[in-house]
Write a protein that binds this ligand. Structure first.
Ligand SMILES: *Cc1c(COP(=O)(O)O)cnc(C)c1O
Length: 378
């Protein structure tokens, strides 16, 4: 059988080993050295907006540290988009805080500003003002940033942008991850660029970056012996892995274009089908990296549902996956408050992510197209 076509897997540029060798040749194989300094500089330049970037061991670690920097403590409430990957929420629980989930709106699939404000007002009336908001740009689609930034400002609540899936996406030409008090990125193997595993925290303030790096390297006070007046973490990125990142960030524009062209490829396949919509930007203010190409299937019109299509693709060794199951419907999180209706639940039921790697070959696409067309015409 031919090789599996996957949803999204690492796409190496070819220069990764050069930077890794550089780390070995200079014995910079721990969490200090040229690769990490350069990777951070390149990210800062790419993101613009005077960003300061701290490279960490994962996107999850970056969210954890952003919440700590926001002052989130045991017993606090933190607002979080419900439709997301669990890593957006888990660090809230690590801190003993309580997640308050918010439904999506239909145009970007991200946090609905109306439900957000309703939740804030309700939580305040119950006597607890939320400490922070975790906003996500799902599948690379920028959220309704203007509205949400304004609400966070109005109520003076720290905003954290989970841009793990959205490196290269922009809203009104400004990069996702640079709108909020803190932004976070992920360089996990399936993301738009990778360091095999890694992440970053984005902040406007050099002082904040310094503090984040202090916390990420065991919170060691300035003293000849090991002295600690705060709890630290072992969250710094390795200089070896940062070498992978250096080679990857050099080709990001190309990778974004390739992901976006995957979306156009699926659009052409489904163009005559009323029952299937390819997920796209609501208007030209939004520019998505289309990390994953997603479709929504109206099963009553189509005569099949997303699971039928998924299983059919799987028989041809093509991976596809339902959308993120909303957090308020997850067994581990369903006991927490939720503000909204059934928007995210509905999208979850109808949606499917299709193979979207920037390394999909022409042959892969021909095979995907043939398989989809024969199913649609059967
Ligand atoms: C991947 C991802 C994360 C976590 O990043 P890791 O680097 O895997 O820890 C967080 N949030 C979202 C939305 C993600 O997709």
């Amino acid at each position: 059988m031919k090789n599996k076509i996957t949803l999204s897997n690492p796409h190496l540029s070819g220069k990764e080993l050069d930077y890794i060798k550089q780390a070995f040749n200079t014995n910079q194989v721990s969490n200090f050295g040229e690769n990490i300094i350069n990777f951070e500089k390149q990210l800062e330049k790419y993101l613009g907006q005077n960003s300061n970037v701290a490279c960490l061991s994962s996107g999850t670690a970056a969210i954890h540290l952003a919440l700590i920097m926001a002052g989130v403590k045991n017993g606090d409430e933190v607002i979080c988009q419900s439709m997301t990957f669990s890593a957006s929420v888990n660090p809230i629980i690590y801190l003993g805080a309580k997640p308050i989930f918010i439904d999506s709106e239909t145009s970007t699939w991200n946090m609905c500003p109306l439900y957000l404000e309703e939740a804030i007002i309700d939580r305040i009336s119950r006597g607890t003002k939320p400490k922070a908001i975790v906003l996500v740009h799902l599948y690379g689609m920028p959220a309704k940033l203007e509205e949400i930034v304004a609400i966070a400002k109005k109520y003076e609540i720290t905003l954290i942008e989970d841009a793990a899936e959205a490196l290269g996406s922009t809203y009104k030409n400004q990069k996702c991850g640079t709108f909020a008090d803190y932004g976070i990125l992920s360089f996990n193997g399936n993301k738009i660029i990778t360091t095999s595993g890694g992440g970053a925290l984005i902040t406007k303030s050099p002082k904040t970056k310094e503090k984040v790096l202090f916390l990420a390297t065991q919170a060691r006070d300035y003293a000849p012996h090991y002295q600690h007046s705060e709890i630290g973490y072992n969250y710094r990125m390795s200089n070896v892995l940062a070498g992978i990142g250096r080679a990857q960030i050099e080709v990001i524009n190309n990778y974004v274009e390739l992901r976006r062209s995957n979306k156009d490829f699926y659009k052409s396949i489904f163009k005559d089908l009323e029952a299937i919509t390819v997920f796209e930007e609501p208007n030209s203010d939004y520019f998505s990296n289309h990390w994953l190409s997603c479709i929504v299937i109206e099963s009553e019109i189509a005569g099949f549902n997303r699971e039928d299509l998924r299983l059919n693709l799987l028989r041809s060794n093509i991976e596809s996956r339902p959308l993120w199951k909303p957090m308020h419907l997850q067994p581990i999180f369903e006991k927490f408050p939720f503000y909204g209706g059934n928007v995210s639940e509905d999208i979850f039921k109808k949606g499917l992510c299709l193979p979207s790697g920037s390394n999909l070959t022409k042959k892969d696409k021909e095979f995907i197209s043939k398989t989809l067309n024969s199913y649609l015409n059967s």
